[in-house]
Design a protein around this ligand. Structure first.
Ligand code: GLN
Length: 486
């Protein structure tokens, strides 16, 4: 029997006794090993622990326990703390950090019986859109090894696209779940801010960071999110609201759904080769009964500059703890305390992280706080107000996830601004704390193109429902990159 592709299919095969968790885990570990030289999706592979966890899952299944994730292999973005396992955040700063505890999201998926195969590569401290800022080297896009997988969750997206794992955790501060999902042709969900606990998720920009999932299908995202989400007393910004069974509402018909076409997302920056399949995908939603309305969010074009004030400001504060004394890499033979701080931070952080810390320190400094940080906070509120007005008229917004398909490794890494513009369509949702989902809607230039839905707070169920209804009648999400089919 071939290896099932999705979490739902694996779960059926596990419960039906057609395959054991140990067999599945062994088969996927073999793929991971084989793919590693070309893709570099993993920072750490925990083969032995995975086989032990799989054997434990098989015992639970044999004892009659049921659960949609029980025994299904997965992997975590290396930003999530995993007990007794290396947790690097893609940085030299944490290259030998073994976490003493599990992040809440990790603990919950573990309790649900998922089997962790290892930790996934990422941009350093989740700062980047191409995975090229990782201390452990870039990840390649399985659709074209010369191209980037996107970032910062590039390892998560590449691993799912290459069928190394059916699902992975990821985080999204300005697009890091949706942009790599789009560039790798997989499904990625960034939940509402506060829906998934940030406890044990290494902080980048705390008012924007949100954990979520990358999978092949919306159904699989629903299954993982149902286990991960929910209140956590250890994260003061996690929201105390019941978690629905996200899989229960997947089949709801689209009749009566009001979709807003985001005018600002169809501007001149969008590659027409992406617009064509996207328009066809939207027509498919209309064919299922949704109505289309053009919506304008006039302040949305300000989201990139706003983000590049707020996110660096927060990162400069969050990353102050990595100084070689409290946390992180320590330089060799420091002359004195000042030398120890300077060289530990100078040697431990890469160029992009330093650029952000410097920008953040500048915008928070006494003379510039009002001109930059305070102003950015005001514009952030205007953007959130634009979204609130839009959601008085429509149920969700639709647009592209990225302006272009995956670009070649090395072409944008010398110009931060061109790199930052990759996230032009994703950042708005983070600034407003909204849930958003990217799913494959076709191909442009032979590479995957993504469609994005953005919804009001806590509308994950609706986003997953609409994505699922689209995936029932299309197969873009099941097309594997050549050479990586199951
Ligand atoms: N690419 C964006 C950045 O570099 C977003 C990163 C993220 O979402 N973690 O900040």
């Amino acid at each position: 029997m071939g290896i099932p592709q999705t979490i739902a299919e694996m779960s059926r095969a596990l419960h039906g006794g057609q395959v054991s968790s140990v067999e599945l885990t062994r088969a996927l570990l073999e793929r991971v090993q084989r793919s590693q030289p070309a893709l570099n999706a993993f920072v750490t592979v925990t083969a032995e622990e995975a086989l032990a966890e799989a054997a434990a899952a098989d015992r639970r299944l044999a004892a009659g326990e049921r659960g949609p994730l029980l025994g299904v292999p997965m992997a975590h973005k290396d930003i999530f703390c995993t007990r007794d396992v290396l947790t690097t955040c893609g940085s030299r700063m944490l290259a030998n950090f073994v976490a003493p505890y599990d992040a809440t999201a990790v603990a919950r998926l573990r309790a649900a019986g998922m089997v962790m195969l290892g930790k996934l590569n990422m941009d350093e401290f989740a700062m980047g859109s191409s995975n090229e800022t990782s201390h452990f080297g870039p990840v390649a896009n399985p659709w074209d090894l010369k191209r980037v997988p996107g970032g910062s969750s590039g390892g998560s997206a590449a691993a799912v696209a290459a069928r190394l794992v059916p699902g992975a955790t990821a985080t999204d501060t300005g697009g890091s779940i949706r942009q790599p999902a789009a560039l790798c042709g997989v499904t990625g969900l960034k939940p509402t801010y506060g829906r998934v606990s940030r406890y044990g998720m290494i902080a980048f920009a705390s008012s924007l960071d949100q954990g979520g999932v990358i999978t092949l299908t919306a159904e699989d995202s629903a299954l993982m999110l149902s286990a991960m989400a929910g209140y956590d007393e250890r994260d003061s910004t996690s929201v105390d609201m019941p978690v629905p069974d996200y899989a229960a509402g997947l089949e709801r018909p689209l009749a009566g759904l009001r979709i807003g076409l985001l005018k600002e997302f169809f501007d001149k920056g969008l590659d027409p080769a992406i617009e064509a399949p996207l328009r066809a995908a939207i027509a498919e939603l209309q064919a299922q009964g949704a109505t289309l309305h053009e919506v304008s969010l006039p302040n949305l074009p300000l989201s990139v500059p706003t983000y590049y004030v707020v996110a660096p400001a927060e990162c400069s504060s969050n990353l102050a703890r990595f100084d070689g004394v409290r946390f992180g890499y320590r330089c060799e033979n420091p002359r004195d305390l000042k030398d120890l701080y300077e060289r530990s931070r100078g040697e431990g952080f890469g160029a992009e992280v330093k650029r952000r810390i410097m920008t953040g320190t500048y915008v928070l400094s006494a003379g510039y706080y009002d001109a930059y940080y305070l102003k950015a906070q005001r514009v952030r509120q205007l953007i959130a107000n634009d979204f609130a007005r839009a959601f008085a008229q429509v149920d969700l917004l639709v647009g592209p996830t990225t302006p272009t398909v995956a670009f070649e490794l090395g072409v944008k890494d010398d110009n931060p601004v061109t790199m930052y513009l990759n996230d032009i369509y994703t950042i708005g949702a983070n600034l407003a704390g909204l849930p958003a989902l990217s799913l494959p809607c076709g191909f442009a230039h032979g590479l995957p193109a993504g469609m994005q839905f953005i919804g009001p707070q806590f509308s994950e169920e609706r986003l997953l429902n609409v994505a699922h209804r689209y995936q029932r009648v299309t197969d873009w999400h099941l097309r594997a990159p050549p050479g990586y089919a199951s």
